[in-house]
Design a protein around this ligand. Structure first.
Ligand code: DNO
Length: 391
């Protein structure tokens, strides 16, 4: 089993070219039909056209990131039938074109959320960070969500109130944008489609659409989806790989159900086929103090079909995105375990998950978390690490 290095590429919506990715040493890109509206069927001709473009640049494409799940499916609306049919059709078309793995998520409304896109780290680089107090400030004092204050420890609420006093109008607008758009606007989700001029009103309406949907309801809707889709994936010989919640906690009162080891035990028990699999994102899961990443790899090796490699460092009330090799012992154990236990597989695609901005990254308006040089540094380091340890 070999580890194959890749970079995420956003197609026409990316400032980075396939040629740059090829020069940088990635063997594959992970990408999607980013122009498609959520829920629409991905047609074979469209998939093939993209695949040919990628192959012409000397790269390959075997992992889709992401095939988004329509919100009606997550909410269990009657319209979900149509979206599930479409999902299956897309999955079959992808399989017919040679795609092996589909990464997706089941987070309501929001995908990955950060509160700071320019957190200073060693050497003058910067990284993405998440801080509960900033989230509380936004949630309680800007969004003014009913019941928000009860969701945070009292000390954080008072700190958030003090922090608000130090923010001018520009700072406030920046925080709103960071949380609702910064990491969301380019990853195909409902937040990307939200009208930027009226963010708070739109977000409140979206939140209200989840009234009455708690953990149990979301799990039941997820199960309904998996019961329909996993057998089809198995038939088409393609592997689903759910991405963990990021951050792996409930936020804004919305349930999040792919956060803890118990959540993954539930996931793998309800559809025992390996096609019901996992994207092992060490960065997302590693931001839980109670998460043992090597143990996770050991337990779910046969379900892990795609790897997002990076680490997080915990702060007083959150985390920031650390170097890709910042936990070498864990990384070594994870890779060794996956190699030993994935005997049925010939390859496992990984990507350096995000990168810190460095050097010329500061001159280009890359998507947050996806600068070219910071991610290439991650790719080089991970490739070298894998070679050095012959894992
Ligand atoms: C963020 C990514 C996520 C991921 C989706 C998968 O950087 O890891 O946006 O692609 O959650 O559906």
């Amino acid at each position: 089993m070999e580890f194959i290095g890749s970079l995420r590429w956003f197609g026409n919506n990316d400032r980075i070219t396939l040629e740059q990715i090829r020069q940088g040493g990635a063997r594959e890109v992970v990408t999607a039909l980013h122009e498609k509206p959520i829920g629409a069927v991905w047609e074979k001709e469209e998939i093939t056209a993209l695949l040919e473009r990628i192959r012409a640049a000397g790269l390959d494409w075997t992992v889709v990131e992401s095939l988004p799940v329509h919100e009606d499916i997550k909410k269990g609306k009657p319209e979900r039938e149509r979206w599930i049919e479409n999902y299956i059709a897309s999955l079959q078309n992808l399989a017919a074109c040679g795609i092996r793995v589909i990464c997706y998520n089941f987070m309501p409304l929001l995908d990955w959320v950060r509160t700071d896109l320019r957190y200073p780290v060693a050497g003058g680089r910067d990284a993405l960070a998440f801080d509960w107090k900033c989230l509380a400030l936004f949630d309680i004092f800007l969004l003014k969500r009913v019941g928000a204050a009860e969701c945070y420890p009292e000390a954080w609420v008072s700190d958030a109130a003090r922090m608000l006093e130090t923010l001018d109008e520009e700072g406030i607008q920046q925080l709103i944008h960071t949380i609702l758009k910064g990491t969301q606007s380019f990853v195909n989700g409902p937040m990307g489609e939200l009208d930027a001029a009226d963010l708070m009103v739109g977000f409140n309406e979206l939140l209200a659409s989840y009234d009455g949907i708690g953990t149990a309801e979301l799990r039941s809707n997820y199960r309904y989806f998996l019961d329909r889709v996993v057998p089809e994936a198995a038939r088409a010989n393609i592997y689903l790989a759910v991405h963990p919640d990021d951050p792996p906690f409930s936020i804004f009162g919305l349930p999040r159900i792919m956060s803890t080891t118990e959540d993954f035990a539930w996931l793998t028990s309800i559809q025992p086929l390996p096609h019901n699999g996992i994207t092992f994102c060490t960065g997302s899961l590693g931001s839980r103090a109670d998460m043992d990443l090597p143990a996770f790899a050991k337990k779910y090796a046969d379900r892990i079909h795609f790897l997002h490699l990076r680490f997080t460092e915990l702060t007083e009330s959150g985390f920031f995105e650390a170097d890709h090799l910042s936990r070498p012992k864990d990384l070594k154990l994870i890779l060794k375990t996956l190699k030993e236990r994935s005997s049925g597989k010939d390859a496992l695609v990984f990507r350096p998950d995000h990168g810190q901005r460095m050097l010329h990254d500061f001159d280009v308006d890359y998507h947050p978390g996806y600068p070219l040089l910071g991610r290439l540094k991650g790719l080089f380091e991970l490739d070298a690490f894998i070679k050095a340890y012959s894992v």
